[in-house]
Design a protein around this ligand. Structure first.
Ligand code: SF4
Length: 252
């Protein structure tokens, strides 16, 4: 008999609760939403797929799930185990190959991460459109939020962060980040405990990125201010809602 995916991958109650709280606080999922999960192959998005698959099974709100894996590895990625995992969760998977690193090398890009993020956003938005999905779910967590705020401040000279629930007026899609209350450390431990089929990053820029140095700064600041990340995420709630939201739509 086929084993239920919740028996194979029993998500911790704590992470399930934090995910549910973020979804509720930001009204992230609405009846009949078609959600496309953006997968990189890393721990964050794989765990997000599990959390959303469990929610879909239990929630009285009906919504559908799909996933898109962006393979930037130029043939180095072996997604077979990941594809089996998504099949076990009952989430249809599309794999899109994209020569991101090659493009960045040819352009001798000085800000590879921001170009990379832009390209991934474009690929996901196109896929969502093709698959008739109006919502994109991303695995960004509490650490990502804190690092993004500080990176924009330190390197870009502006106060800016992603919103946990964003409306993109150009594509008329919503982007949700249900892990915004969860720390990266918790995700890493959970992904290891559940033996998720994580694919290691083969990004040649990973170690040199501004995000990596910001991560180190956050870790140092946290020794003095253990509430740093929580305070930044809390501040997001009081940011003026993303200006591209039609009035009142966030709380519809
Ligand atoms: S570290 Fe690599 S994969 Fe991550 S955003 Fe930067 S360029 Fe892209």
């Amino acid at each position: 008999m086929k084993q239920d995916f919740e028996e194979l991958y029993p998500l911790s109650k704590k992470l399930s609760r934090f995910t549910g709280e973020a979804i509720r606080d930001y009204n992230m999922i609405r009846p009949d939403d078609s959600i496309l999960i953006g997968l990189s192959g890393g721990k964050d998005s794989l765990l997000l797929a599990l959390a959303l698959a469990i929610l879909k099974k239990r929630s009285p709100v009906r919504f559908s799930l799909r996933a898109c894996l962006i393979d930037q590895s130029n043939g180095a990625m072996e997604p077979e185990r990941l594809a089996e995992y998504m099949a076990a969760l009952g989430i249809p998977l599309t794999i899109v190959k994209h020569p991101t690193y090659q493009i960045m090398k040819e352009r001798e890009e000085r800000s590879p991460c921001s170009l990379c993020a832009n390209m991934r956003r474009g690929i996901l938005a196109n896929q969502a459109k093709e698959l008739a999905c109006g919502v994109i779910a991303l695995g960004h967590h509490k650490d990502d939020a804190a690092e993004t705020v500080l990176m924009n401040l330190f390197y870009g000279g502006r106060f800016k962060c992603f919103h946990p629930h964003l409306y993109m007026s150009r594509t008329r899609m919503r982007v949700i980040r249900p892990f915004v209350y969860i720390e990266e450390r918790q995700i890493r431990l959970e992904a290891e405990r559940l033996s998720l089929p994580v694919i290691s990053s083969c990004c040649p820029y990973g170690d040199k990125s501004k995000r990596k140095s910001t991560k180190e700064i956050v870790a140092a600041l946290e020794r003095e201010m253990p509430e740093l990340k929580s305070n930044i995420v809390h501040a997001l709630r009081h940011l003026k809602e993303n200006e591209s939201w039609p009035a009142g739509m966030l709380n519809e």
